[in-house]
Ligand binder design. Structure first.
Ligand code: ATP
Length: 354
């Protein structure tokens, strides 16, 4: 029920104990003007999320403002009103049409003060931040320091955010990596070569593990698990004995073997004389390309979910997907680092790579 165009009544039911629930009715300021930005590393599907935010605003008759170049553009006041037509023909494009940036200035209290001032002067009363954990840390500071309503949408190819099964961009990146490994395998098997392929994932092995299984890698090295280089050599020797003539080893950027991928390549070559070893670092191609259907749908769902959450009076939360359902979790929970690796996937990889 609306009290006026300025305020809205929100109903909360809080369960304290099994038998005690409290009903609360709180009056909050109605959100009318919503800003949206993309921040940190770009990820395919960010455009679908921006489009959904803008169109959900149009649907609910709210104003929507696009902020260019993430927090950097916010500090430099690069703000423009968007309407449903401003986001036509972007759902199929990689990257982000709002551009992204890493902003040093926003890490400072002065930078955030300027950013807040620009939001207030533009009449924006809530901000949707599409990005990864760094971007969410920045959003949380804006909320804590200025009580400014913020909602995060997880978009990073690394899939390293708590409270959501998937982040926008991850599925596309997986398909890009599998496609690249398939191509490398053609040359590996033609020349009896062993390829070490580095994929993204400084803290999370999700890309390495899933793309490694999908592309039939013989070994997968991830940051969450250090089995030691000796085990790698033993396993490759065993594979050789069973008739393997070429091998693909997928290595996540943050692998904990203690050697970078080139040192690892030299080590393998010294200890496995039968193979010619080659190293391939996939690098930024993993971020690019047209988003997969999954990422387009995910971006669309989370974009609409972010506006729904703001209209319900939620703030300082991230909108994620858990067991196919759109859910909000506090940004604090989203930023918790303790994510568990899927042990079943590790087992499947061990079995299928023999
Ligand atoms: P990705 O996972 O793709 O790297 P990200 O969102 O984690 O994305 P970061 O570069 O870590 O990318 O963060 C994006 C921006 O968020 C930073 O450039 C900075 O402006 C802001 N930010 C990050 N950490 C903080 C912080 N501790 N305080 C204030 N702002 C921050």
């Amino acid at each position: 029920m609306n009290l006026s165009t300025e305020n809205v009544l929100v109903f909360f039911r809080i369960r304290l104990l099994e038998s005690i629930t409290i009903d609360l009715i709180i009056m909050i300021k109605k959100v009318n003007n919503i800003g949206v930005l993309t921040s940190g590393g770009d990820a395919p599907g960010m455009n679908a999320a921006i489009r959904a935010v803008v169109r959900a605003c149009s649907f609910y008759e709210l104003k929507c403002f696009g902020i260019y170049k993430g927090y950097e553009g916010l500090i430099e006041n690069e703000i423009e009103e968007l309407n449903a037509r401003s986001v036509r023909n972007i759902i199929n494009k990689g990257g982000t049409f709002l551009k992204s940036a890493r902003s040093r200035a926003f890490r400072t209290t002065e930078g955030r003060a300027k950013a807040h001032q620009n939001l207030v002067e533009a009449g924006i009363d809530a901000l949707v931040v599409i990005g990864g954990d760094g971007s969410f840390t920045g959003a949380m500071k804006l909320y804590e320091e200025y009580n400014f309503p913020v909602v995060g949408i997880p978009a990073t190819i690394d899939n390293d955010i708590n409270g959501t099964d998937y982040t926008i961009g991850y599925d596309t990146a997986l398909n890009t990596v599998v496609d690249a490994i398939d191509k490398i395998r053609d040359t590996a098997s033609s020349h009896n070569r062993l390829f070490l392929i580095e994929v993204m994932g400084r803290d999370a092995g999700d890309i390495a593990l899933n793309a490694g299984i999908g592309a039939g890698a013989e070994e997968i090295l991830i940051p969450e698990q250090n089995l030691g280089v000796e085990r790698l050599i033993d396993s490759l020797k065993r594979s050789k004995k069973t008739g393997k003539t070429s091998s693909i080893i997928v290595v996540a950027e943050g692998d904990k073997s203690g050697k970078n991928i080139f040192e690892l390549g030299e080590y393998v070559e010294e200890n496995l004389k039968d193979y010619e070893v080659r190293v391939s670092v996939l690098g930024h191609i993993q971020r690019g390309g047209s988003p997969s259907c999954y990422d387009r749908v995910l971006g669309s769902k989370l974009g609409v979910g972010a506006i729904d959450a703001l209209l319900k009076g939620e703030s300082n939360v991230m909108i994620g997907i858990v067991n196919k359902k759109i859910e909000s979790v506090s940004l604090e929970v989203a930023l918790t680092k303790e994510r568990e690796m899927d042990q079943e996937l590790i087992r499947v990889s061990d079995i299928t790579s023999i």
